[in-house]
Design a protein around this ligand. Sequence first.
Ligand code: NAD
Ligand code: DAU
Length: 357
Amino acid sequence: MKTYLVTGGAGFIGSNFIHYIFDVHNGDVKVINVDLLTYAGNLENLADLEGNVNYSFIKADICDRDTISKIFAQNDIDYVVHFAAESHVDRSIRDPEIFARTNVIGTLNMLDCARYAWEEGEGFKEGKRFLHVSTDEVYGSLTEEGTYFYETTPYDPHSPYSASKASSDFMVKAYVDTYHFPAVITNCSNNYGPYQFPEKLIPLIINNVLTGKKLPVYGDGKNVRDWLYVMDHAKAIDMVLEKGRIGEKYNVGGHNEKQNIEIVKIIIDTIKEMLPDDDPRKAHINYDLITYVEDRKGHDRRYAIAPDKIKKEIGWEPDTMFAEGIKLTIRWYFEHTEWMEHVTSGNYQKYYEEMYK
Ligand code: NAD
Ligand code: DAU
């Protein structure tokens, strides 16, 4: 049975990944979830795993050398899956420093603690893997239709967020090149699905439609993102851990490019279609809710991933097409109004205090 140290497991993708690996490996994995529980981390996302002897949670900062090295000393970790990060571009524009601290220094600390724990002779213990979860934003912005980000595309980050992720990728590469450290990197496109914090486009729009609020669209609404259902990202990470070559990076995306305004309209139409006819909210849901607002500073125009390498080398394919994924996501938010109330009111912190006091 493999032991995974998952950082940022209480966040959006981390919590979906933990659910995914327990499911796909029939519970035959051990997971240690290390998360600082910032505003973005919520243990309610993993409530179903409480009491599972193969799952444990440790509240810790990835920058804290003593605590992280103790976790390695006390557990025989096979895989590190490093999600923990500050992840929101708008926040990085307002407050860049925490992005450098968490995303760069935090990654360096994780790498170094793993290096000390896994060293053996001139190399590293057999079978150890450090998977660094990165983003397509490190490649910058595309302008022309039909062009894509490949693993060989030069890095050209623009926001403090993407610059911090690019720096962390280079730190991982430095550990591979210098120490032959057993790391791999995945660079994924925009994820959507359950448990996503409603600061990001899709959950924000779903929540605003359901509560009758305006739908803020930045600039002309024609910026393009390449959307992937979160469980397909989890599947890619699981497969890269097993089959990825050390020192390589793998782009992850499902060729699902859409302009932001298309996404907003799809959400409006889908919610209208899914709500029962006697739901009083239905009459007020229409395109008039769309409000064009000031553009994001330095707003990247278009992202589009070429996933050829992961498909060819690893055999990964996405399972969930957007038309289905968006319905699954909207249904999840319909059914989890309490979760939404907790995260938007800050009450989710109480859950931690009650469970772990
Ligand atoms: P998220 O913001 O939902 O979750 C981040 C998690 O990290 C939270 O649980 C938070 O509490 C934790 N965290 C933050 N600082 C920490 C610290 N100092 N120590 C320990 N834990 C800390 O983010 P997400 O959207 O789930 O993204 C996860 C990872 O995937 C990030 O590295 C992000 O760059 C990358 N990524 C995200 C997307 C996307 O579309 N969301 C796409 C590609 C890559
Ligand atoms: O591409 C991968 C990245 O995707 C991840 O690395 C990041 O962690 C993740 O946050 C996401 O970044 P984006 O900036 O692309 O996602 P966001 O949901 O913030 O915005 C998506 C698009 O929608 C972007 O063009 C900005 C626009 N937008 C966003 C918000 C929150 C709006 O028009 N209105 C909004 O209110």
